[in-house]
Design a protein around this ligand. Sequence first.
Ligand code: LLP
Length: 420
Amino acid sequence: MFAYKNQQLQVENLPLLELAQQYGTPLFVYSYAQLHRAFHAYQTPAQAAGALIAYSVKANGNRALLQLLAQWGAGFDIVSGGELQRVLLAGGAANKVIFSGVGKSDGEMRAALQVGIKCFNVESIDELDQLNAIAQELNMRAPISLRINPNIDAKTHPYISTGLAENKFGIAHTAALSAYQYAQQLPHLDIVGIDCHIGSQILELQPLLDATDRVLDLCAELQSLGIHLAHIDIGGGVGIPYRAQENSPAVTDFVTQVTQRIKARQAQAQVIFEPGRSIVGASAVLLSQTRVRKLGQQKNFLIIDAAMNDLMRPSLYQAYHHISAVQQRDDEPEHIYEVVGPICETGDTLGNERALAVKLGDVLALHDVGAYGMSMSSNYNTRPRAAEILVKGDQVTVIRERETIQTLLKNERALPLHNW
Ligand code: LLP
């Protein structure tokens, strides 16, 4: 985990400054202990209730992290054929894989059917037909659940709210019964569950419990039509506190309250959770070296070597990530800085109005970047993606090499100019 010791920010037993010097910056540094703790905050109460934790791979698909999660018994929530391959390569069990997403390709469906995943979360009538046809072609039956849009406000950023009638996700809960009846007639589908997901970075339990109730109401109606469900999937996990004063629901309360609510009305159904952020979010910092200090009349800028291509969340969602100096200084005055990257866009900001005492060349840590950090990174401005390392005690393992310009250019082809 991340804590100061003798004015040096450490991960587990190692000073982050030394890691930055050895592995270069920008650098994602993961803590094994934090990942272990966050996963087991879900897994312990889930196991007690017979529930499945299907980690949402989109939050962070690094194979080494998936290997650990698979070893600890996680299932996986995937949204692409690529994520399926990652999970299988990491030793994840196919029969614990849930395939979500509004627009799956034929090839992705085929691959998932062939390896025998646990369930397809289907989001439209068209997708029911598509999956039925692919299963028929393979002479198989596809296990399905319908993703219901419960029309509940998750009270989160509009870009990551998914459970409102106006969002593109799921089948309206008012149309759910007829969609199930339609699915029932398709010969190559097996109805096994129901699911919903109302959004991400949810800091209150109530909307999640309300969504659970709405799903349970539907289960009761389905039962009266003779449709019995083996599982109820409640979607992603709770939010995490990015700011010191932010409170997030305790994971144990979330898991316990949801499973109790479900057991009270659908005792036989297995409960599934698909958390991403709350498992990996706090497990990493992004280390970045300061390149330029610009003290101005209106604003001071601290230009660092990480940018919006490494961590998109502040630019895309105005998300807050705590930023601290890995080396606390008494020999430098504190200034209020805009912490920005070197990319040619004003939106390339990583933190506004941060009080920092830094000398040129000092290393900063951007906190809580384990979820939707590396997985959303890009090569904008032809910037090679950062390296990733995992620390356990005082053991360091590189889990992704830093990209090079060569790897970046590999798939590009020069024009045969003499023909043009
Ligand atoms: N299940 C489904 C169907 C999802 O769409 C998501 C996230 C999850 C599970 C995992 O949710 P979590 O436990 O991580 O909240 N890039 C954004 C977050 C996008 C979330 C998309 N869906 C961000 O950086 O905040």
